[in-house]
Design a protein around this ligand. Structure first.
Ligand SMILES: [Zn+2]
Length: 201
């Protein structure tokens, strides 16, 4: 309650517990409660989707806290530097569903991609992938639906022969990650990997 009031007054609060804190980041207690993820083959995650990070991501995505994108992007970029080996040419954000971005005003994977690209000195390639119209997917079985929801975009040819990292905010089953990677793989990149900010444990 106090935290919410301070936030309204522009005083910094912790992203995880919303208590007063010296800056808009995780307080010491929340920082130490972050659970690091790691590498599962070509799928990587910075952290597990639990505790303070889960609360921060939910506020960011569902409660319109666009300003959380700065510190969460910084956290993501730091993990990307740890986990993603070079060479790397492009970072491709998982594409948004149109209506979602419209409602939210920003697309979390774009924010993360920009932060990681700055830290790693590579380019963000936004239009390699597109989200297909979900209304057309009605009646398909679940597996082909997950696959069909991501398709190649106008910039897909640019990934040929390049090292690509696909990024998303939260990985749940990995179906979206796999779908995005298979569309990239069909364009014959030098390599394709995936990094989420957080993975559901
Ligand atoms: Zn905290």
């Amino acid at each position: 309650m106090i935290g919410r009031l301070l936030a309204l007054l522009g005083e910094p609060v912790c992203l995880g517990c919303a208590r007063p804190w010296q800056s808009a980041s995780f307080c010491a207690a929340c920082q130490s409660a972050l659970v690091r993820g790691g590498v599962r083959g070509d799928l990587m995650c910075g952290f597990l989707y639990t505790g303070p990070l889960q609360r921060a991501i939910l506020r960011w995505k569902e409660h319109g806290k666009e300003q959380h994108g700065g510190p969460l992007g910084g956290l993501f970029a730091a993990r990307a530097k740890m986990l993603v080996a070079t060479p790397l040419d492009f970072i491709v954000p998982v594409p948004p569903a149109f209506w979602r971005t419209l409602r939210r005003g920003f697309h979390p994977p774009d924010v993360l991609a920009q932060a990681a690209a700055r830290a790693l000195g590579v380019e963000v390639l936004k239009r390699a992938l597109v989200r297909t119209d979900s209304a057309r997917q009605m009646g398909r079985d679940r597996r082909s639906r997950a696959r069909a929801l991501i398709d190649k975009g106008r910039a897909i040819d640019r990934v040929t022969g390049k090292h690509v990292l696909v990024v998303d905010d939260v990985m749940t089953t990995g179906a979206t990650a796999r779908a995005a990677m298979s569309v990239i793989a069909a364009a014959r990149p030098a390599s394709v990997r995936f990094l989420a900010l957080a993975a559901v444990p």
